[in-house]
Design a protein around this ligand. Structure first.
Ligand SMILES: C[S@@+](CC[C@H](N)C(=O)[O-])C[C@H]1O[C@@H](n2cnc3c(N)ncnc32)[C@H](O)[C@@H]1O
Length: 212
């Protein structure tokens, strides 16, 4: 479920780190404060952590500096290969937001950066239900991703990308499953989480949900 973008990431894996470093004009704002964004996610969790869409392992490495029990879950073989080259000590397995190692030990947190928008809103809702069923009280979900204040804001950002002739970004904003903060808030609250959002650049927010 939600793995229709894998070919794209297999092709992007080699140059992905150059993009997050701001070398691609179109995506410069999306990745502004990238290191601080990942650090904010890592700082919010401890214990046994599952990271979805770990990509080239940049968040994985920050998590490993805080806790030894981190499993990266990544569907793209090329992304896993890049991550293994950079961080041979990291445990990164094939899987996705729904298929991940569940060894029955309690999980303290699910995290991800720049990845949850690969699920449709229906899939997001199902994923939140799954995490709610696996977390104990005070367990966390911490996701950094592009999200919009409302649908009008989403449309405004598409128009802005088009005006700047950012063809790829404009297409990306229209074809991937970016959602709004009120929808995400409802998804998490309906499953018994308290949820807060903080803005890190014009696109990316951190969602921090705590199981009540
Ligand atoms: C934009 S990259 C982000 C990589 C890394 N988390 C970061 O912050 O740099 C998105 C990642 O999500 C992965 N991905 C795509 N669909 C996914 C899915 N359904 N489940 C888990 N990961 C997925 C991609 O393969 C890719 O590695």
């Amino acid at each position: 479920m939600g793995t229709e973008f894998i070919d794209l990431f297999d092709q992007w894996a080699d140059s992905y780190d150059a993009t997050v470093e701001g070398q691609n004009d179109e995506y410069r704002e999306v990745f502004r404060n990238y290191s601080d964004i990942l650090k904010s996610v890592a700082d919010k969790v401890s214990g046994k952590v599952i990271e979805f869409g770990s990509g080239t392992g940049n968040l994985t490495a920050l998590l490993l500096a805080r806790t030894t029990d981190v499993t990266g879950v990544e569907p793209s073989r090329e992304m896993r290969r890049q991550a293994a080259k950079k961080w041979p000590e990291a445990k990164i397995v094939a899987g996705d937001f729904f298929q991940f190692p569940d060894d029955r030990e309690s999980i303290d947190a699910f995290v991800s950066s720049y990845a949850f928008h690969h699920l449709t809103d229906d899939e997001k809702r199902k994923a939140v239900q799954l995490y709610a069923s696996l977390l104990e009280k005070d367990g966390k979900v911490v996701f950094a991703d592009t999200m919009f204040v409302d649908e009008h804001h989403h449309q405004q950002m598409i128009r802005k990308a088009e005006e700047n002739h950012y063809v790829h970004l404009a297409e990306d904003l229209q074809t991937e499953y970016y959602t709004t903060i009120p929808k995400l808030k409802r998804m998490f609250e309906n499953e018994g989480f308290e949820v807060n959002f903080s803005s890190l650049n014009q696109y990316v927010w951190i969602l921090e949900a705590i199981k009540l």
